[in-house]
Design a binder for this molecule. Sequence first.
Ligand code: NAD
Length: 477
Amino acid sequence: MPQMIVNGRKTDAISGQKLDVISPVDGAVFTQIPRGGEADVDLAVKAARIAAEGPWKKFTALERGRLLVKLSNLILENAEELSQLEARDTGKAISSARNDIQVMARYFEFYGTAADKVHGEVIPFLNGYSVQVIREPLGVTAHIIPWNYPAQMVGRSVAPALAMGNACVVKPAEDACLSVIRVAELGLEAGLPAGVFNVVTGLGEEAGAALSAHEDINFVTFTGSNEVGVLVQKAAAEHAVKCVLELGGKSAHVVFNDVNMKLAIPAIVKGILANAGQTCTAGSRLLIQRDVFNEFMDLVVEEFSKTRVGTPEMDLHCGPLINKSQFDRVNRYLEQGKKDGLKILAQGQIDPGVPETGYYVTPTLFVADNHDSDLLMQEIFGPVLVALAFDTEEQAVQLANITDYGLMAAVWSENGGIQQRVAKEMKCGQVYINGFGAGGGVELPFGGVKRSGHGREKGLVALEEMSTTKTIIHYHG
Ligand code: NAD
């Protein structure tokens, strides 16, 4: 049975309570996890504080970095086991799970090799003074992780935090946390001191709320829904704790008349189907200039209709959705699309061999004639793509920016002027030109504006987010 990792030990919840983990593949209970609560969170935070101020503080940046690289190598050595865990827990296709584990390893490698390259500054000041600005860890960092990419997300947030000398308490999602527990075990194997990388499993409203409200954390990073992000930020504000929030998106593809269709269409279709649409950066809106609309859509329909949905082992385009509530929610949106007068242009197919009790939904491509429907305004978090025509560049920019979200966008055009003008007008944290990738690479700064959140992860900027500066002003005459 999976256990939590607190202060270097595998442990059950203090209450002894457990939570059933339901497989998205067939809706059946396949394991149990400890139902950690406030007392478990408190123990983990205390352990992290002792580690951060004691043994972990004595490690040089080079030593911390080497441990993270060792952890990266252990992840690669155990990649198949981790991939199987991730696929079973989340329901995603096994090849996607394998990719996620490679990305997790890459995070630990990237930040491990960067740990000793974070330099301070020397600032010219008044005569007789020397001024240094040095970087220091924040202390105890809290990481609330979602279920859509547990392995990637734990790498993305824990690796830079550890690289900077923080000690972490991770609260993974109750729906999918097995790879997170396993990587913390591998962390111990790599040689991380006890208390440096803790994992407390449990419900969001119990363990998650207790962690974000804990008075002895120094930072919290959260990825998930808007509603919970606001709660986390409010709880953190009670103790003046810094917060990074990544709250999803409603990313638009903006396709101009001179688009390279061969390049664009597979990327656009993949961009909504990856992880069955349960991706914060999913390209869920398809805005196409009117002159090319019909020709472009014919090809999108052809590509989209090839979509197949199945179990992780079938390794098709989409797996099931994570849970019953996500399944109901996406089906509600599909119904609402029809009520709102949107037309279905293409659908994928669920493989007849999938268990009837699993959470499989039919990937659906809609076309709309205005931007009013919730399907174009709200994050659906499922394999649902909606297309809409536009006339001018100005209108395209206005439509792309119309939602409350601002995470990612893509511009498809061969014209350098359009590419640069539109990319610069997009209100979001990342813009692709003639390409699309879920959140970009490990190296690329990532995060939202507007209701998509604030703060940046990935890239070297995460090392700044997860540390603070101290300015030393020395008068020596
Ligand atoms: P959620 O926001 O409830 O859960 C995300 C994480 O927050 C989980 O670890 C959960 O245990 C924790 N959590 C829940 N309540 C908490 C609380 N009160 N205090 C602290 N932590 C808490 O997300 P969900 O309910 O699993 O999914 C709902 C919707 O959220 C989805 O449909 C989707 O729109 C969005 N979502 C976005 C992302 C993303 O990558 N941006 C990821 C997951 C979900």
